[in-house]
Design a protein around this ligand. Structure first.
Ligand code: GLV
Ligand code: MN
Ligand code: MN
Length: 407
């Protein structure tokens, strides 16, 4: 096998750069981000690339075209992970691209464009709440207010970037708009069961679903669990619970929506105290932007009504919004041809998950290749799997794309 076995070995090495072994958790600007980055920079340099961290901690490698004025094609994915993650979400898109470059370099082939491979520092948004930080910065959508966001330990993003060795004030420098980038392509595990169920190793992404996220704070009144009569309570947690179920019911009853509450904290957090302060997140996604916007409006109204009825206060703050991102038809067709050239039926499918690629239409035409995951397609979970055979096929298809693509 040319690529597959080695790519799974690299994934196992990268999984060791984790903040809470034996689980895999690697957040933006952590020591483990640095270690994983150094490992990836080593791979890039051995593959013939000029490679380094950029000002915000993204890992960037360039495989130069013979002509220094040649246009640029960008590829890659994210180095960070959710908490207790799998080994392939994000990382596969970086290492498969480096494997393609290594193969070209070993065969002494230069492309008619410079190929830039990026390992984005943050896509998952775990540490600072801001999401897609690296790709947004490259797409000219970095919000400098993020620099003052603290993590759970009170370290601001600005402090963390400086401690990492980056430069928080140079975020403008990494904007790629107007810099001769002609395409962005990303290979990523599907994170769902469609390819698995159809017996296909790869597929072409048609569009990436849009997302809205809210931070919700519910404020009630703490009191003694033994003395306050049931009818006299202002319990922030029972109110929040009704809001969570409102989100579920709304998304269940409107086809095309998915909604999740994935994080909640309860204070004071004692067995014998009525909850006073509850904070939770809402994540709503859809390929249909008006449907998603209407859902957010309905959820805001529903939570407000629940709060009034239960005599608690609710504050709903926008955390993140991204419209659905259609993939470029010409690049989709180029991926379809690369897949067909491998004798594989071409399956086109949308992405329900978010990806760095969703920010790149602001820079250049964008497309994605999906790779089958095993285990019912489970992801954001340690049971996420992929096979060496599928890593092999996906890398060979991506390489075919790179060698065929003409700017
Ligand atoms: C990223 O993985 C997302 O879709 O939340
Ligand atoms: Mn993910
Ligand atoms: Mn991902």
């Amino acid at each position: 096998m040319r690529f597959g076995t080695e790519l799974l070995r690299q994934s196992d090495v990268l999984a060791q750069f984790t903040e809470d072994a034996p689980r895999v958790t690697r957040t933006y600007l952590s020591n483990e981000h640095k270690q994983a980055g150094d490992f990836l920079l080593g791979l890039m340099r051995r593959a013939g690339m000029n490679a380094d961290f950029d000002a915000l901690g993204n890992i960037v490698g360039r495989y130069e075209a013979a002509d220094p004025n040649a246009p640029i094609v960008m590829t890659g994915s994210h180095q960070d992970s959710v908490r207790n993650a799998g080994k392939y979400d994000g990382l596969f898109g970086i290492i498969t691209a480096i494997a393609c470059v290594k193969d070209l370099h070993d065969r002494d082939i230069r492309l008619p464009y410079t190929l830039e491979v990026v390992g984005f520092g943050d896509e998952e948004g775990v540490r600072f709440g801001a999401t897609l930080i690296g790709s947004k910065a490259m797409a000219g959508k970095f919000d400098p207010a993020w620099l003052d966001k603290p993590d759970d330990n009170g370290v601001t993003m600005r402090q963390a970037i400086a401690a990492f060795g980056g430069d928080p004030d140079r975020w403008r420098d990494i904007d790629r708009r107007g810099k001769n980038v002609v395409a962005y392509v990303e290979s990523h595990i599907e994170q769902g069961p469609v390819l698995l169920n159809e017996g296909l190793p790869v597929g072409v992404v048609t569009a990436i679903a849009g997302a809205s996220r809210l931070n919700v704070r519910v404020t009630g009144l703490a009191g003694h669990a033994g003395t306050v009569p049931m009818g006299a309570r202002q319990d922030a947690l029972t109110a929040a619970s009704e809001m969570v179920l409102f989100v579920e019911r709304h998304c269940e009853t409107h086809a095309g929506l998915v909604g999740t509450v994935g994080k909640m904290s309860v204070l004071p957090g004692a067995v014998n105290v009525i909850p006073q302060d509850v904070a939770f997140t809402i994540d709503v996604r859809s390929g249909d932007d008006p449907l998603r916007r209407a859902a957010i409006a309905a959820i805001r109204a529903g939570c407000t009504e629940i709060a009034q009825r239960r005599r608690v206060h609710v504050d709903l703050a926008d955390l993140f919004t991204a419209d659905a991102a259609p993939c470029d038809p010409t690049l989709q067709e180029a991926f379809a041809q690369a897949i067909a050239a491998h004798g594989i039926p071409v399956r086109r499918l949308p992405s329900g998950a978010g990806h760095d690629a969703m920010e790149f239409p602001a820079v250049a035409p964008t497309a994605m290749l999906f790779v089958r995951c095993g285990n019912n397609g489970i992801s954001h979970h340690p049971d996420e799997t992929m096979t060496a055979e599928d890593a092999e096929t996906a890398t060979s298809v991506l390489l075919h794309f790179f060698e065929s693509y003409r700017p």
